[in-house]
Design a protein around this ligand. Sequence first.
Ligand code: ADP
Ligand code: MG
Length: 238
Amino acid sequence: KREDVDVEKLEQAVVDIDPKNDKYTNFTDLPLSDPTKQGLKSAHFAVMTDVQATAIPLALKGHDILGAAKTGSGKTLAFLIPVLENLYRLQHIGTDAGLGALIISPTRELAIQIFDVLCKIGRHGHMFAAGLVIGGKSLESERQALTKMNILVGTPGRLLQHLSQTVAFNVDDLKMLVLDEADRILDMGFQKDVDAIVEYLPKERQTLLFSATQSKKVSDLARLSLQEPEYVSVHAED
Ligand code: ADP
Ligand code: MG
């Protein structure tokens, strides 16, 4: 199959990434799938921000990431591109594949923003199913959709509610966890919920944690949820 050949080539190109020595400036410098390249192009994303140029090559290679970069520095694409690409290369897509990635966001508004960016860059030929779990609809209607999704974006309380109450919600094959705006998640008092969510997830997974600020609480969460993370810290203005 042509797709198998493409995935194999991509996989080799990702293996060949040397994050310490390679210099990546544009998204087109990276080994990305055609659908993702198309999505980025049609959304007019060309030059990477610093946090993207540093974090994406590492995350494509499967490393856990602890990323700190101020608001507006482009952290959303820094995790969404690796999520899309790593699931694509694993062919973890389609209604039978189950949940491959879980993205946790502190607020409904931020979760919706992430979901919108995911749809924008994912709509050119990617076959994944993605959903929002933020409450506001009945548990039952969320429940129906939940079990077919490959990527979920949600808030901690609602996700935990489904993990504990929705029997058909299977996370056993999860490959990636993203904790976005981790500092805000903790400031809003979701520490216990996030700890409980992580308990449900497979230990063998990739975790990307992004935060606008570094703090004791964030590093405590990182210690619990990440394995030998690469630190990506960007302070300079873009
Ligand atoms: P953060 O999560 O770090 O606060 P966002 O991911 O929300 O930042 O991005 C901030 C803004 O920058 C958004 O409007 C986004 O569309 C834009 N942006 C992100 N990456 C790029 C890029 N590589 N080129 C141009 N604009 C970008
Ligand atoms: Mg953000």
